[in-house]
Design a protein. Sequence first.
Length: 182
Amino acid sequence: MSSVLESTVSQEPQAPDHEPTVEREELYDLLGNCRRRYVIDYLRQHQEPTSLDTLARRVAARENDTTVEEVTTAERKRVYTSLQQTHLPRMDDVGVVEFDKEQGLITPSDQLAEFSLHLDVVSEHSVPQSVIYLGLSGLSLVLLIAVVAGVPLLSSLSPFWLGGAVLVLFSGAAAIQHLRGS
C-alpha cells in the first residue's frame, strides 16, 4: 500500500489524524480508466462488501449499456478477468478498496471518499451536480437583475428576501443531492 506522499488530493485543511495517501497523479491515473470509475461509482453507492461476480456483472452491464440480466457470459467474463487480474489489485495497492482475491470480495475503504471530490459519474437519468448549481446560480443572477431593474412583480421584493430565496434554493438542492447519496 502507498505510503504517505508529498502531494495531497485535496487542498482543503485536513483533520490532524487524516493524511491523504493518494498522490494526485496516481489518483488521476486511476480515474483515467472507465472500468475503475465504474467500480468506484458502484462502491460509493453501495458502501458494502461486494462479490467479484456481482461487480463484474454491474460493470459489464454499464459498459455494454444493458441490464445486469442481459449481460452475456462473454461480456461478464471479460470484465471479471480484467478486474481480478489488473484493476482491483491496483486499486487495493493504492488503498481505494480492499480486495480479497481468494474469497473474491471487494470492500470499499475509507479512502474512497477522497475520490468523490474528483469523480462526477452521472447515471443515465441524472444531471451532474455542476449543472444543477450552475443553473441555480444563473437563476439567482436573473432574479437579482430583475429586482434591481424594477421588474413589476419582483421590484417589491427586498434584497433580504431575495437572499433568503437564493439560500433556500441552494440548500434544497444540496439536501436533495445528499439524500440521493451523490
